[in-house]
Design a protein. Sequence first.
Length: 152
Amino acid sequence: MKLYRSFRQEVPEGEYTVEIGKAAVRREGTDVSIITYGAMVQEAVKAAEELEKEGVSAEIIDLRTISPLDVDTIVASVKKTNRVVVVQEAQKQAGIAANVIAEINDRAILSLEAPVMRVTAPDSVFPFAQAETVWLPNHNDIVERVKEVLAF
């Protein structure tokens, strides 16, 4: 919900397409993969910028679509960084993060140097708009979780 009013960017003139089922690498990195989509992409970018100041190189994978899921891009990133944090706006029990983690475990578990960790909203009902910023995950939550996975 937050995505609709959180940022603006240029839209290309003329016709263009976005391939369905193809994730985008929004930022190259070598230390940890942050896999996310939607509004959490902007939070992941902020987190990566903050982590970079501390010498951590975070790769950001924007899923763009969750069905179909671009498992090839996910696995390539995991094999490159060996550490993963999956971020979703949804509650822990409700989103795509568990499926992303299952795909990583099925296809790249031997590449991992730490357990895959998640950043999610709490398992509660969605709050009124006044409390939305407290309830939703943010870049600080992502930074904290990345530090945990790096320290494992």
